[in-house]
Design a protein around this ligand. Structure first.
Ligand code: CU
Length: 458
């Protein structure tokens, strides 16, 4: 028997917990209010463990699920009751630049006791999420995230539409957050600050009650700072969307999600409980969430044959190519890089500035530009991940096609792509959204340590 203490280390299943109902703001009047503040939340069940000190939107991790319809306008008053600056980024939304929520780039950070109104139209349906975009390596890891769901009239009819936000927490043996590990240069130069405790919707192995033989939409969101997950759904399951974007319907029981990536499945249950397990990080499937079947004994929807719109094909010609050589990290090839207008050796970059990664031999800041693009041009970011690490590259304000080295193009568009070590791929997008857009690794410690740059579109 593994001792309970070792559960933390081994990430092994704990007894079932009944899920508390999720708070949804969908029926309240706009503008909605999201207040960032601190509280405690039990991440590890059992009286012998303490509650963890978490940072939340509206006193819960995840924050409230925002659920709207395509074409509606989202209006949120953000109140900052933390003792440091913050802001909210709406991940995957092709947003108005001033509403993109990147502290120090698209807006000044919202100071303690300050507030900011976010207001923008939701032109794309799908599964998105919101999270802090200030000191993300700390603020997102402490719980400042929630789901943003945009429904579409053409969505398949389902009995249950469930959002599963999958996170890993780095906890001390008493169930509290391991504070000492924040800012570890070792983690920043390796795989990021990886957790030792899995939660779904802020709970350890929650149970969600669903009707027998029901049809369910699962919206999986990887909200971890750096951890890659593979989720296994041992049922009749169909992948219908990635990063919110419809893809050709594919029967599949597995999906790999890098940080910030999403996948939507339609699952037809029989009359047995369904355990969704994480299978990327351990040899044995690690139970993540249980769907427990209860009465009624039937589905209340017509189970139509699933059909998703055919994804758009990418443009045939490219106007602007942006070569992007990703360098650095542990066991990497970076001996020196330009930072603050000077070529500096990696030792100085690491020890003085906590930088470990570079694009094209340079580490840039928000006032620098990776490229300046004229509005309407078709752009290809030609990425070469010349490091020993995976990177989940995210472009703000646009969705991109992914063209692999062999020339094939993945179905559908994404906002985040998980690069394998050594991989080359072109991220192709139409620069139709003016503003200053961040392109960065969503392994949040990598971003903090230099893996980010700004593209200007005007
Ligand atoms: Cu990275």
């Amino acid at each position: 028997m593994t001792s309970r203490r070792n559960f933390l280390k081994a990430c092994i299943a704990t007894p079932l917990l009944a899920a508390t109902p999720r708070l949804t703001l969908a029926n309240t009047r706009t503008p909605w209010t999201l207040t960032a503040s601190k509280t405690t939340q039990r991440l590890v069940p059992g009286d012998e463990y303490q509650e963890a000190s978490v940072w939340t939107f509206n006193q819960t991790v995840p924050g409230p699920e925002l659920r709207l319809k395509k074409g509606e306008i989202l209006s949120v008053d953000f109140l900052n009751q933390l003792d440091e600056g913050s802001s909210i980024h709406w991940h995957g939304i092709r947003n108005i630049n001033a509403m993109d929520g990147v502290s120090g780039l698209t807006q000044p950070e919202v100071k303690p006791d300050g507030q900011f109104r976010y207001q923008f139209p939701l032109n794309d349906s799908g599964t998105y999420w919101y999270h802090s975009h200030a000191k993300t390596w700390s603020q997102v890891a402490r719980g400042l995230y929630g789901a943003l769901i945009v429904e579409d009239e053409s969505d398949p009819a389902v009995d249950h539409d469930l959002v599963l936000m999958i996170d890993d927490w780095l906890l001390a043996n008493d169930g509290t957050i391991d504070e000492a590990s924040f800012g570890s240069l070792h983690d920043w130069a390796h795989g990021g600050r990886l957790g030792n405790w899995l939660t779904v919707n802020g709970e350890s192995l929650p149970t969600i009650e669903v009707a027998k033989k029901s049809r369910i939409r699962l919206r999986l969101i990887n909200v971890a700072n750096a951890r890659i997950f593979r989720l296994n759904i041992p049922a009749s399951a169909y992948l219908i969307a990635e990063d919110g974007y419809s893809v050709p319907v594919r029967k599949s029981q597995d999906v790999v999600l890098g940080p910030a990536q999403r996948a939507d499945f339609i699952v037809d249950l029989d009359d047995k409980d369904l355990t969704i397990a994480e299978t990327f990080n351990s040899e044995k499937p690690y139970p993540a969430v249980v769907l427990k079947v209860v009465e009624p004994n039937q589905s209340l929807v017509t189970k139509e044959v699933l059909k998703q719109p055919q994804p758009e094909a990418p443009p045939l010609s490219i106007d602007v190519s942006i070569p992007l050589h990703m360098q650095g990290g542990a066991m990497g090839n970076l001996s020196e890089a330009t930072y603050k207008d000077q070529l500096r050796p990696i030792r100085e970059l690491a020890q003085t500035y906590k930088k470990a990664w570079a694009f094209n031999g340079a580490i840039t800041e928000h006032h620098d530009r990776l490229a300046k693009i004229s509005i309407g041009q078709t752009v290809s970011i030609e990425v070469w991940n010349d490091t020993r690490w995976n990177h989940a590259m995210h472009l703000h304000g646009h969705h991109f096609w992914i063209q692999r080295e062999d020339g094939t193009v993945l179905d559908g568009k994404r906002d985040t792509y998980l690069f394998q070590r050594g991989e080359k791929a072109n991220l192709i997008f139409i620069a139709d959204n003016p503003g200053l857009w961040l392109f960065h690794c969503h392994m949040l410690e990598h971003h903090a340590a230099g893996m980010g740059a700004v593209i200007e579109i005007s």
